[in-house]
Ligand binder design. Structure first.
Ligand SMILES: CC(C)(COP(=O)(O)OP(=O)(O)OC[C@H]1O[C@@H](n2cnc3c(N)ncnc32)[C@H](O)[C@@H]1OP(=O)(O)O)[C@@H](O)C(=O)NCCC(=O)NCCS
Length: 154
């Protein structure tokens, strides 16, 4: 297994992975409108737009993508594990990798807005709930959980 930086040639596969994970994992906590808007947010075109805006890393085994994580400064914007490979520690591996990178950038905490679906996963990784966070995607309202974790400086 290796973690490498996002490259444009992977954007189609990444878009498919994220959309499939949302459809198979997050759908139960979303309205129809929210599901549609969230999927729209991760078309190949939208994934390509993230280049230059975020630090984007991919966990790969051979040539298969197992999961992705991306962050901006110390804010983790997304973490998605391939829906066929959940519960194997890949989410934790990616999260710990991002925390190490964020810590090396000089930040002493990592911040994120968690989906309802991932809330207990982040709690298990020692993230503390701070407050509710409200956002809009393609005109649809979302309610997320702002969470933070203290990092030790590397
Ligand atoms: C949340 C997510 C990243 C977890 O990835 P994963 O690879 O299945 O998680 P891991 O296997 O690394 O799990 C690490 C630990 O957390 C636990 N865990 C995983 N998902 C959990 C959940 N939803 N609730 C509670 N615990 C969870 C695992 O059992 C494991 O526990 P252990 O250390 O005692 O064995 C994955 O389910 C996902 O991509 N979800 C959909 C997208 C999403 O909501 N992303 C986050 C918001 S942007």
């Amino acid at each position: 297994m290796k973690i490498c930086r996002f490259s444009l040639k992977d954007s189609g596969e990444i878009s498919k992975l994220i959309k499939e994970t949302i459809k198979r994992t997050n759908y139960k906590d979303l309205t129809k409108e929210q599901l549609k808007a969230w999927l729209q947010h991760y078309t190949k075109k939208e994934v390509n737009k993230l280049i230059g805006k975020v630090d984007f890393f991919i966990l790969k085994k051979d040539s298969k993508i197992l999961g992705v994580i991306f962050f901006q400064k110390n804010f983790i914007k997304g973490l998605y594990v391939n829906a066929n490979c959940l519960g194997k520690g890949y989410g934790k591996t990616l999260l710990e990798f991002a925390e190490m990178k964020i810590s090396k950038l000089g930040y002493n905490k990592a911040i994120l807005n968690s989906s309802k679906t991932a809330f207990n996963f982040y709690k298990k990784q020692n993230y503390k709930f701070i407050r509710m966070a409200y956002s809009k995607l393609f005109g649809v309202n979302f309610q997320e959980y702002r969470m933070e974790k203290k990092l030790s400086l590397k």
